[in-house]
Ligand binder design. Structure first.
Ligand code: NAD
Length: 503
């Protein structure tokens, strides 16, 4: 048994928790009923933040503020170049506060600080990309409809957007939505997860500092039922952009259907990495460990299923185990940490129960499988479960922890069948030296992203989203702003209309 992890207490532990008020109509306000939410650092155990906890009356005020900013405020009426300037200034401000934002996310989510820095730098890049799209957004014209007709299709901002985000990438995910909504000219009400709201509040401040008009972005902390649900149901909200679990995504879509709102859904995943014997197995093993344990596996894109050809399965598993033993688990604020804390004790127990159930079903725990004792916080040992069969829960459901399930295959058809045999379709990876094999798998796998001889890379230029129950719509990419628009067809008629003269 290893010695307990020693987690050092950071300076924040001996200070009062940082407090955050709701951002409504450009003002920082307490919740109408005065309630608050406390967030403990999952890596350290002390209370790191205290947010005003919104309720229905605060949602009403925030939606009204966003509606007013949309109906009569300057934001939707500005030139694309002016909106781009605000987004670029925001990107610069985020960059200048990168360390602060990364620290907030690491403290509240338990993710490693070095990784958090990468996420914030990636977010800066996305804000800049969205700024470029604000200037290139355009419609279409049709001059081929006869001399008397000119058809013009314009893109207009959809209106007030409710943006609801999860806890696993607090700043990155809001950055995959909000800059594009703003680039289109929309206004927004944003609800981060009740566990990781701090960096979104800071973003709200940076937007105001960058010159965003009051009310164009409103930020509410709170729970799903009290805040998320009314943000979805509100009649003045025209679109819901949601990232979270498939279960809540379905509830959200059902609620949005009542008023036929536009929805964008980024949901769960159960992604497979398929490894063929002719691959660069050293690189594949490294990617398997990265895919399984990055962000403690609390990642929609986690490569939680390793689907390995039988001919190399034993050696490959040995290589993955050896690398896993080197993965540094511990204090999220330590620069060398690769796997930080689990988001909550409940979630840790849920992840561990999947491993126990698989072991009962005859799978073998090749390494890990238990909580790691520590003087503070909650940590789980990176775990490999071998001998997993496709019908086991651990092979089909989103475990959302540092747990790699190993399955084997004999033919490409079988590999593809296993990869596709879940309700999810977010992403997949294929490792092979043969272009034919890579292409066969890349074309055959039913998922929104396929990585070939790499894993879990992302670029603002490339659309991201899910097939099947992993979501609806795409984020990022050149059409990301269009998602936040409506198309309006305008027909200009020249001269007197010929047609249905009655009398
Ligand atoms: P979750 O579904 O529990 O919560 C997501 C958000 O929805 C939170 O802000 C929550 O407060 C809110 N919410 C809860 N109930 C609601 C309701 N009834 N109406 C409206 N909003 C409600 O998800 P989570 O546990 O925070 O995040 C983990 C999940 O997110 C995983 O399933 C993961 O795969 C998914 N995820 C997907 C992507 C993607 O891009 N596809 C990215 C990150 C996370």
């Amino acid at each position: 048994m290893n010695a307990p992890l020693q987690i050092a207490m950071p300076k924040e532990a001996s200070a009062s928790p940082k407090t955050y008020r709701l951002l409504i109509g450009g003002k920082h306000v307490e919740a109408r009923d005065g309630r608050t939410i406390e967030r403990r650092s999952p890596g350290h155990g002390f209370v790191v933040s205290r947010y005003a906890q919104a309720g229905a009356a605060d949602v009403e005020a925030a939606v009204q503020a966003a509606h007013k900013a949309f109906q009569s405020g300057p934001w939707p009426r500005m030139k694309g170049s002016e909106r781009a300037a605000v987004l670029l200034r925001t990107a610069d401000l985020i960059e200048s506060r990168l360390e602060d934002i990364a620290r907030l996310d690491a403290l509240e989510s338990g993710k490693p600080i070095a990784q958090a820095r990468g996420e914030i730098a990636g977010s800066v890049d996305i804000w800049r990309y969205a700024a470029a799209l604000a200037r290139t957004l355009h419609g279409e014209s049709y001059a081929n409809l006869g001399d008397a007709m000119l058809g013009v299709v314009v893109r207009e901002p959809v209106g007030v957007v409710s943006i609801i985000t999860p806890w696993n990438f607090p700043f990155l995910i809001v950055s995959q939505k909000l800059p594009f909504a703003l680039a289109a000219g929309c206004t927004a009400v944003v609800k981060p997860s009740e566990m990781t709201s701090a960096s979104t509040f800071l973003l709200g401040d940076l937007l105001l500092e960058a010159g965003l008009p009051e009310g164009a972005v409103n930020v509410l902390a709170g729970y799903g039922a009290d805040v998320g649900a009314p943000m979805v149901a509100h009649p003045l909200v025209e679109m819901v952009s949601f990232t979270g679990s498939t279960r809540v995504g379905k509830l959200t879509m059902a609620a949005a259907s009542d008023s036929l709102k536009k929805v964008s859904m980024e949901l769960g995943g159960k992604n497979g990495q398929i490894v063929f014997p002719d691959a660069d197995l050293e690189a594949a093993a490294d990617a398997a460990v990265f895919g399984g344990f990055f962000n403690a596996g609390e990642c929609c894109n986690a490569g939680s299923r390793l689907i390995v050809h039988k001919a190399v399965a034993d050696d490959f598993l040995a290589a993955v185990r050896a690398l896993t033993a080197k993965v540094r688990v511990g204090d999220p604020l330590d620069d060398a940490t690769k796997v930080g804390a689990m988001i909550s004790t409940d979630h840790l127990a849920k992840v561990a129960s999947y491993v126990e159930a698989a072991a009962k079903d005859g799978a073998a725990i090749a390494t890990g499988g238990a909580g790691l004792p520590s003087n503070a916080g909650q940590y789980l040992d990176p775990t490999i479960v071998a001998g997993v069969r496709p019908q086991m829960a651990i092979a089909r459901e989103e475990v959302f922890g540092p747990v790699l399930s190993v399955l084997t295959f004999a033919t490409p058809e079988e590999a593809m069948h296993i990869a596709n045999d879940t309700p999810y379709g977010l992403s997949a990876g294929v490792w092979s030296g043969s272009i034919d094999t890579c292409m066969e798998i890349a074309r055959g796998v039913r998922s929104g992203t396929v990585w070939v001889n790499t894993f879990m890379e992302g670029y603002p230029e490339l659309p991201f989203g899910g097939y099947k129950q992993s979501g609806l719509g795409r984020e990022l990419g050149k059409r990301a702003v269009e998602d936040y628009t409506e198309e309006k067809t305008i027909q200009f008629h020249r001269g007197r209309r010929t047609g249905w003269w009655v009398g």
